[in-house]
Write a protein that binds this ligand. Structure first.
Ligand code: SAM
Ligand code: SF4
Length: 331
């Protein structure tokens, strides 16, 4: 029987996000600062170390869901091998990608056991894509999203909605759910180091639903108890959509997630300011189980201990953020 990985509030953790690399082939303004410095290769967990640590989480602590992320996971040359290793562990395995190089790896990823993929796309306008991602690539990403759908992968499309940047495209993204059996997730813009966040740039989930509701009637779907998203659909359409309201309505109460950065540091929350270095201990031949358990016990009730993201507390939030940008945490 696995030992449940409980925090001091009794929340059991069954979901693990692993960043396998901190580098990326895009540079989204909301995720990566201009002057981002990257880890050296020897600082990254090796493929074998990722498998060893994940196996421990699965076999000893009953982790049932694993998502690979980054940075951009497909930038890592052994990404497909890592998928193959982890798909053999009997967990629900997913990958979050910007899909810029997906065409090079799609067949191999499916062959390695990947069945579910989250793809980030914030705009259907090629020029706007360049401004948001600071790189060209809309045509390739969109073609790759269509390929992933046509190959039968479960596809979720993540759109970070930013006021005055792309909030005018929400209805265009809704059309995806009319045309395809895809799940579109509208994400509130979250604060991370160096991402020019401001509370006034957050297009709130209430605004998203109001905007969609002014054009379409939609119905609520049942949410998984640990889901970070509130799911809906327009009746009769093959796709579904969800809103992720981290900023205006955090969902920490049922949180079951923990994270591992690309250099093997464990974080008990996306917004955590403390980390536990599992990789160094593993490389010294030490037992990392006590470190894992202590990290989870220390989890804060909400938002890694950050003040709530209310407009009047913006300065406090910005002051208290962890030193890491999103690209090096792993979303
Ligand atoms: N490179 C991959 C990608 O873009 O999908 C994986 C890593 S990325 C950090 C994971 C997810 O985090 C993406 O869907 C991205 O849109 C989201 N993300 C990054 N910064 C964010 C922010 N400030 N607010 C909300 N979501 C963010
Ligand atoms: Fe790269 Fe993904 Fe961050 Fe964009 S959101 S910079 S694609 S890691």
């Amino acid at each position: 029987m696995p030992f449940p990985l409980n925090d001091r509030l009794g929340r059991t953790h069954r979901s693990l996000r692993i960043s396998i690399i901190d580098k990326c082939d895009l540079r989204c303004t909301y995720c990566m600062p201009e002057d981002q410095r990257f880890l050296q290769r020897e600082e990254l967990m090796t493929r074998e170390e990722i498998a060893t640590i994940t196996r421990l989480f699965v076999q000893r602590y009953g982790i049932t869901k694993v998502r690979l992320t980054g940075g951009e996971p497909l930038v890592r040359p052994d990404a497909v091998g890592i998928v193959r290793d982890l798909s053999g562990l009997g967990v629900s395995l997913g990958l979050t990608t910007n899909a810029l190089s997906l065409h090079k790896h799609l067949d191999a990823l499916i062959e390695a056991g990947l069945r579910s993929i989250n793809i980030s796309l914030d705009t259907f306008d090629a020029e706007r894509f360049k401004q948001i991602a600071r790189r060209d690539g809309f045509g390739t990403v969109w073609a790759n999203i269509r390929s992933a759908m046509s190959r039968g992968l479960r596809v979720k499309v993540n759109m970070v909605v930013m006021r005055g940047v792309n909030d005018d495209e929400i209805l265009r993204f809704m059309e995806l759910t009319r045309e395809h059996p895809v799940h579109v997730r509208f994400i509130e813009f979250m604060p991370f180091a160096g991402n020019h966040w401001g509370r006034d740039r957050v297009y709130t989930f209430a605004e998203m639903l109001g905007h969609i509701g002014s054009v379409h009637s939609f119905e609520k779907l049942n949410d998984d108890p640990h889901s970070t998203a509130k799911a809906y659909r327009v009746p009769g359409w093959p796709g579904t959509f969800a809103v992720i309201s981290t900023v205006t309505e955090p969902f920490c109460g049922d949180c079951d997630r923990i994270r591992l950065t690309a250099e093997g540091r464990m974080r008990n929350c996306l917004f955590a300011r403390e980390e536990t270095d599992l990789l160094s201990a593993l490389r010294r031949g030490e037992d990392i189980a006590p470190l894992i358990e202590a990290n989870v016990i220390a989890k804060h009730a909400m938002l890694g201990g950050l003040p709530q993201f209310r407009p009047e507390r913006q300065e406090e939030v910005l002051h208290d953020l962890s030193a890491r940008p999103m690209v090096s945490i792993g979303g």
